[in-house]
Design a protein around this ligand. Structure first.
Ligand SMILES: [Zn+2]
Ligand SMILES: [Zn+2]
Ligand SMILES: [Zn+2]
Length: 259
């Protein structure tokens, strides 16, 4: 079973360029310095398609990747840059008339339903509502299935919330974590060939791992190919790529990874 992963967005919560910012990166003409909010899409050769997070740029990302059909979304956590495109799932529902299954942490279901209450309850408005099926993710190292594809999840600390990381066989995605506790590393060490993980910038940050911390994580987990995403506007694709070890790359929007 082969898998194609597309980086739909490689940027931090503001996106890059940051509105109003006059810095060199935000004014750069390089497409590799233009980053939509962090999200990836997985496409299996048997037709299964999964998107992780529907952030603020979700609609634009779906148009750019020419996606005409979507039935499965996994959510990492509920920060705006990861869910505020939720409303645009409506388009796929109206065009396919198939329910859309959204997997998220049990602790986050009520919050999502509060923020997008009109999608889940009858408000009296006569317009159509999408059929969104919220499905709870298992807790640490629980395995769930999407169309016979086994996916393992674990929760990682991200400031005062938890974010869900996912492993699809030899591929893993982890975004928005401050640390990766050692007991959790032990469970995934040696199992991952290719990993996309966040690393905000080189300087320390209160709730995100730095690029160096993520490089160290890849090494510790024995990842063969590591790709760093959720980058902010301090990172220049060309200059900062040269500072990375040979098996580590910076993500860019539109990047495709074959597993
Ligand atoms: Zn984020
Ligand atoms: Zn800037
Ligand atoms: Zn976050």
């Amino acid at each position: 079973m082969s898998l194609k992963v597309t980086i739909l967005g490689s940027g931090t919560s503001t996106g890059v360029p940051v509105l109003g910012c006059q810095c060199q990166i935000c004014g750069s003409n390089s497409e590799r310095n233009m980053r939509l909010r962090a999200s990836i899409m997985l496409e299996y050769d048997h037709g299964l398609r999964i998107v992780i997070d529907t952030g603020t740029d979700f609609r634009q990302q779906m148009l750019r990747a020419k996606v005409s059909h979507l039935q499965y979304v996994l959510y990492t956590h509920l920060h705006a840059d990861h869910i505020h495109g939720f409303d645009d799932l409506r388009g796929f529902y109206f065009n396919g008339n198939q329910p859309i299954t959204c997997f998220l942490d049990a602790d986050y279901a009520n919050e999502l339903k509060t923020r997008f209450h009109y999608a889940f309850e009858n408000t009296g408005y006569l317009g159509g509502r999408p059929d969104i099926r919220l499905t709870e993710l298992p807790k640490d190292f629980g395995i769930f299935q999407v169309e016979n594809c086994p996916i393992e999840t674990m929760q990682l600390p991200h400031g005062n919330v938890l974010t869900n990381a996912f492993r699809f066989g030899s591929f893993a995605y982890a975004t928005d974590f401050k640390s990766f506790p050692s007991d959790k590393r032990a469970k995934w060490r040696g199992k991952i060939d290719t990993m996309v993980a966040s690393g905000l910038r080189w300087r320390d940050h209160k709730t995100h791992s730095t690029i160096q911390e993520t490089i160290d994580l890849f090494e510790d987990l024995q990842v063969r190919r590591g790709i760093i995403t959720h980058l902010n506007h301090e990172i220049d694709y060309d200059l900062d790529s040269k500072k990375l070890p040979g098996n580590v790359e910076l993500a860019f929007d539109g990047m495709q990874i074959l597993i």
